[in-house]
Design a protein around this ligand. Structure first.
Ligand code: MN3
Length: 199
């Protein structure tokens, strides 16, 4: 199939000043678009041409001859997922329900959960992602390098933070910790994360 850049659920400047319209213009409009374009070019005429995005990721993961396809497919998926994790007026307390219960089962309290997520995002060396995932009914925090995605490890992504420099450099320069803290406090769409929890 031919993939398209998915529409954002918010205006490009809706996350100002925490994530600027300028950042979205490049990160969504250029970086994300490029992964989608590259993927379309790479699968054209191959046996993966008819597959959906998740199947392309699963069928290319770990294959030496499909590294470029995996990288672009995973980045296309990771970015679409990342935009869903953001909302203006986000952050705040986790919504009541199964997701929050599972967080409190796995972590001392909400604050510790957010601190561990921040620590994973800040400590990821080089480009990559920090994730909240469901491993069956357990909530875990993990990080992945470059394009790697929990989908390739049979984990269910619930929330993510992009820590590639292109995600924060225009707004925060080298201050990745400030970007991560602000995203958690002001932009995190915990309702989306909770809605993904397979309870
Ligand atoms: Mn990115």
């Amino acid at each position: 199939m031919v993939f398209e850049l998915p529409k954002l659920s918010f205006d490009q400047d809706a996350l100002d000043p925490y994530m600027s319209g300028k950042t979205l213009q490049f990160h969504y409009g250029k970086h994300h678009q490029t992964y989608v374009n590259n993927l379309n070019n790479l699968i054209k005429g191959t046996e993966l041409e008819t597959e959906n995005l998740e199947n392309i990721i699963l069928k290319s993961a770990g294959k030496d001859d499909k590294i470029a396809i995996f990288n672009n497919a995973a980045q296309a998926w990771n970015h679409a997922f990342f935009w869903s994790c953001l909302t203006a007026n986000g952050g705040g307390a986790l919504p009541d329900g199964a997701f929050k219960k599972a967080v409190l089962k796995g972590f001392e309290n909400e604050e510790k959960f957010k601190e561990e997520l921040k620590a994973a995002a800040v400590s990821q060396f080089g480009s990559g992602w920090a994730w909240v995932v469901a491993d069956k009914t357990d909530i875990k925090i993990i990080k992945t390098s470059n394009a790697d995605t929990p989908l390739a490890h049979h984990l269910t992504p619930l929330f993510t933070i992009d820590v590639w420099e292109h995600a924060y450099y225009l707004d925060y320069q080298n201050r990745r910790a400030d970007y991560v803290q602000t995203l958690i406090d002001k932009l995190a769409n915990w309702h989306f994360a909770a809605s993904r929890f397979p309870a």
